[in-house]
Write a protein that binds this ligand. Structure first.
Ligand code: KG4
Ligand code: ZN
Length: 352
């Protein structure tokens, strides 16, 4: 029988199975990761190899270096994930993999690895959108969480405000008109000469600074729930350069705190406005920037004040990992969404 027929039959049988275990693979950017997740909610193992040290030398991700490193580490991560979960490849029910969005060379490594494993072990192959994975990190953090909820997705490449109507069903409420939130944090960090990766460093430094030190504009956007960070970034760069040119000493902690406060203010204002206009009862955060300490604190106090329930992903699940991909793959698998050996990487894959 052909691979796709076997995979379809096996996937259909899984709908009756009590414990569905998915081996998942993530390699969209600079983390090589594999995990085993049960029923989309329980992490049996999660291994992540971060390439941060390789890219730090260049101040950002170098795509060729990223692809090569994925090729070197992916097998090891898969082996480790299976070993830590205490299972063999033959015990796995399906294989999930990120096929976009992301860097094409990086994505291709994970996709090729997942295809090879699925073909060799006759397992259904489930294609996963990376952004959906970030949203699903919330199902792993809070296994009782069910849609609907409003989700603020803030990562290095994406900033969206989405209504999660059901598993795999999204409505776009707002999005960034220019840079992503993480990108803005990384650029501001670079201006302050903070080492890569800038976002978390800027966040740390901001804890010691005065958020009112720099006067930064609140950018206007066309859509009332849309974001814009590029004006803010330019104003920040100008303010820092001005101080430097005047020979004034630069308090980096104050600069970091001012920039962080402006970005967080924009994110929380729009998110809370949408929540109140749409009458939502629950908000979730997702993506690398949801690790930001001020964003988490502010959302907690704003939601508490409005009586809105809030889900924050576990800190170790905010950044890229394969467990979130395993969760997303489960819901897609249950919906009968499979890929075959034609699966390719789609660098600009969109969620909606
Ligand atoms: O979701 P993610 O791991 O990768 C993408 O899918 O893009 O997000 C990475 C982004 C980077 O821009 C990083 O600087 C930012 O998330 N980030 C943070 C923090 N932790 C990670 N930005 C601000 N504060 C943080 N604590
Ligand atoms: Zn990501």
């Amino acid at each position: 029988m052909r691979y796709s027929m076997i995979a379809k039959e096996k996937a259909a049988a899984l709908k009756e199975k009590a414990a569905v275990r998915i081996l998942s693979i993530e390699s969209s950017c600079d983390e090589s990761a594999a995990a085993v997740v049960e029923n989309g909610r329980r992490i049996l193992s999660s291994s992540v190899y971060s390439q941060v040290d390789l890219h730090a030398l260049f101040g950002g991700v170098v795509p060729e270096i990223a692809s090569r490193s994925h090729v070197q580490k992916m097998d090891l991560m898969v082996e480790k994930a299976l070993k830590d979960a205490g299972i063999a490849l033959s015990d796995v029910d399906a294989i999930g993999v990120t096929y976009g969005p992301g860097l094409v060379g990086s994505l291709l490594t994970g996709v090729t690895c997942a295809k090879a494993l699925a073909f060799a072990a006759h397992k259904p192959l489930v294609p996963v959108n990376h952004i959906e994975g970030h949203i699903c990190a919330n199902y792993l953090t809070d296994p009782k969480l069910v849609p609907p909820f409003l989700c603020l997705v803030v990562s290095g490449g994406h900033s969206h405000l989405l209504m999660v109507a059901d598993y795999g069903r999204y409505q776009l409420i707002g999005c960034t008109q220019d840079d992503a939130a993480g990108e803005a944090f990384d650029k501001a960090a670079r201006v302050l000469d903070l080492p890569y990766p800038g976002g978390p460093r800027l966040d740390q430094l901001a804890e010691e600074g005065n958020p009112q030190a720099l006067k930064l504009p609140i950018p206007r956007t066309e859509g009332k729930y849309d974001y814009s960070f590029s004006g803010l970034k330019t104003a920040f760069i100008n303010a820092v350069h001005n101080q430097r040119q005047k020979g004034l000493s630069l308090n980096k902690a104050d600069c970091a705190a001012s920039f962080r406060a402006a970005v967080v203010r924009m994110l929380t204002d729009k998110c809370m406005k949408a929540a109140s206009d749409l009458g939502v009862e629950r908000i979730a955060l997702a993506g690398g920037v949801s690790a930001n300490s001020l964003l988490r604190r502010e959302m907690k106090s704003l939601c508490e004040a409005k009586g809105i329930m809030l889900n924050l992903p576990r800190l170790d699940l905010c950044g890229d990992n394969a467990a979130m991909i395993g969760s997303a793959a489960y819901f897609r698998l249950m919906n009968g969404e499979l890929a075959d050996m034609e699966l390719n990487a789609i660098p600009s894959l969109s969620l909606i």
